[in-house]
Design a protein around this ligand. Structure first.
Ligand code: FNR
Length: 184
């Protein structure tokens, strides 16, 4: 039997009705058997502050342990003001410390940005990639995933539209291959 890789899924929106969260759950359903996706919550992480990290809050420690225990990471995020939403950037910063003990290193990663707008969160997608280069996370290049007009992704009952399924399927299948190739 082939190995099953655990994937930490970080959702950049904290709101209950988040389209990005729905996309994350849809990807978990579509994922091939070699990937096990699990959302790691980021909403209760205090804003990163080196002073409080001298005695880290329990939420920092739990987040670092959860992330560190996973083989790979998947970001599903909206764009806020053409960049990464603050809660997600905060989670990236929390995971990167204490200095020399980053929880990110060498985990294969991917990002899918999702927006009701036409540009599909391109700015957030690439700003996030910039941080991940520094944190030594090899990010999947293709397929790029800028999902625009996201209001049409789900019907009133919350089901993913048939039209959207093939792209999300190709994205998560490519990520499974990426993880196998890059996981050391
Ligand atoms: C937005 N939104 C947004 N959309 C976009 O495509 N580019 C942007 O730069 C912004 N900027 C922005 C800033 C802030 C503060 C908010 C609250 C929203 C709109 C955003 O894409 C929309 O609210 C999405 O629905 C958010 O994703 P979730 O919450 O549905 O997952």
């Amino acid at each position: 039997m082939s190995k099953v890789y655990s994937v930490a899924v970080l959702v950049g929106s904290l709101r209950k009705a988040s389209i990005n969260r729905k996309v994350a759950l849809a990807l978990a359903d579509l994922a091939p058997a070699t990937l096990s996706l699990k959302i790691i919550e980021i909403g209760d992480l205090p804003l990163y502050n080196e002073d409080i990290d001298v005695n880290p809050p329990a939420s920092y420690t739990a987040f670092r342990q959860a992330l560190g225990g996973c083989d790979a990471v998947l970001f599903v995020t909206p764009e806020y003001n053409r960049s990464v939403p603050a809660p997600l950037k905060n989670a990236i910063d929390v995971g990167s410390r204490p200095y020399g003990q980053s929880s990110w290193g060498n985990k294969p990663g991917a990002v899918i940005s999702v927006s009701p707008g036409a540009v599909g969160g391109f700015g957030a997608n690439h700003h996030l990639r910039q941080s991940m280069v520094f944190l030594n996370v090899p990010m999947m290049q293709q397929p790029e995933a800028y999902v625009g007009n996201a209001g049409a992704l789900f019907d009133d009952a919350g089901h993913l539209s048939e039209k959207s399924k093939p792209f999300l399927q190709s994205f998560i299948d490519a990520f499974a291959t990426w993880v196998e190739q890059h996981k050391k």
